[in-house]
Design a protein around this ligand. Structure first.
Ligand code: SF4
Length: 296
């Protein structure tokens, strides 16, 4: 196998593919409301990811809608996607996670958040769901370079990520880290350093995102002003191959591209062809007989 993909992991673990129910839990983000920053990360859209989710309905209703056409034998991941899904008092978090776990076919509770919104109590709450289903937490690191973190207005430094990782490890909560390749000011050297950095942690999974410029973001302004130019598809696919070949073969690769809604994409054009990007990554690896972790 070229890389350890999520469908293979699901098949081994559950004997089937799991569908993903993307949930807007009605959270906000401390990097947007002024608690740690204003305006958010420069690439973040108004919906904090998950632009396609119908946020007008309750969490349970979002889950019910997703299950309408499902068979009894189907299985799902309930993925809290938009904004920062641990950014609320514990009682509220519990209420919202409970509202998603309304059907036995949900096998995984996945929670996307920021490292500065992880503490002991939150980790203990998330860990408590392990008696009901599998859980994992997704952290948007994007880069290990603190200078880039400032440019993208991420609002926290590496040591915050390290602290969150230590807390989650203590509670035995698997972590999926998100990286973005092609951030402003970054080249292959930065990407290599980020890979070296994440290799210092015991990661369950990785999401590798291609950067894209989305309408209405600060990054879109930078693009229009000529302050930022997205990388070429060739650079991105080379960089993704580098990441895959230099991470542990045990890490589950959850994603290989970014996914901008078509009507909101400003640039680059190549971001529209998700399959082509994945096929190119696979082709480049096959051509050189590479596999995940071969240079780990
Ligand atoms: S942490 Fe996430 S939700 Fe918050 S501004 Fe950054 S990308 Fe958006």
């Amino acid at each position: 196998m070229l890389y350890n993909n999520l469908s293979g992991y699901f098949r081994n673990k559950y004997g089937k593919r799991l569908g993903k129910i993307c949930i807007d839990g009605g959270f906000s983000c401390p990097n947007r409301d002024g608690t740690v920053g204003h305006g958010g990360c420069i690439y973040c859209g108004e919906r904090g990811a998950g632009e396609h989710i119908n946020q007008a309905v309750s969490i349970s209703e979002q889950v019910r809608c997703a299950l309408i056409d499902a068979d009894e034998s189907d299985a799902f991941v309930a993925y809290f996607q938009n904004f920062t899904n641990t950014y609320a008092p514990i009682e509220v978090l519990k209420e919202r996670y409970d509202a998603a776990l309304i059907d036995d076919r949900i096998k995984v509770l996945a929670i996307g958040t920021r490292p500065d919104c992880i503490d002991e109590d939150i980790a203990a709450l998330i860990a408590s769901y392990k008696s009901k289903c599998d859980v994992w937490v997704e952290l948007g690191l994007q880069t290990a370079n603190d200078k880039t973190a400032e440019i993208i207005n991420r609002g926290y430094c590496k040591d915050v990520f390290e602290k969150a990782m230590a807390i989650l490890k203590q509670h035995n909560i698997p972590v999926v880290v998100h990286l973005i390749l092609g951030l402003p000011g970054e080249d292959m050297k930065d990407i290599k350093e980020t890979v070296e950095y994440i290799n210092g942690f015991d990661l369950f999974g990785i999401k590798i995102h291609s950067i894209y410029v989305m309408k209405g973001t600060r990054l879109a302004q930078m693009y229009e002003n000529g302050e930022y130019n997205p990388p070429s598809a060739d650079f991105y696919t080379d960089a993704a191959v580098y990441v895959i070949t230099h991470i542990s073969p045990d890490i589950i690769v959850h994603r290989l591209t970014g996914d901008c809604p078509r009507d909101l994409l400003v640039a680059p054009e190549w971001n529209r062809s998700k399959n082509e990007i994945i096929n190119t990554i696979v082709y480049k690896m096959q051509q050189k007989c590479l596999s995940q972790g071969c240079d780990y």
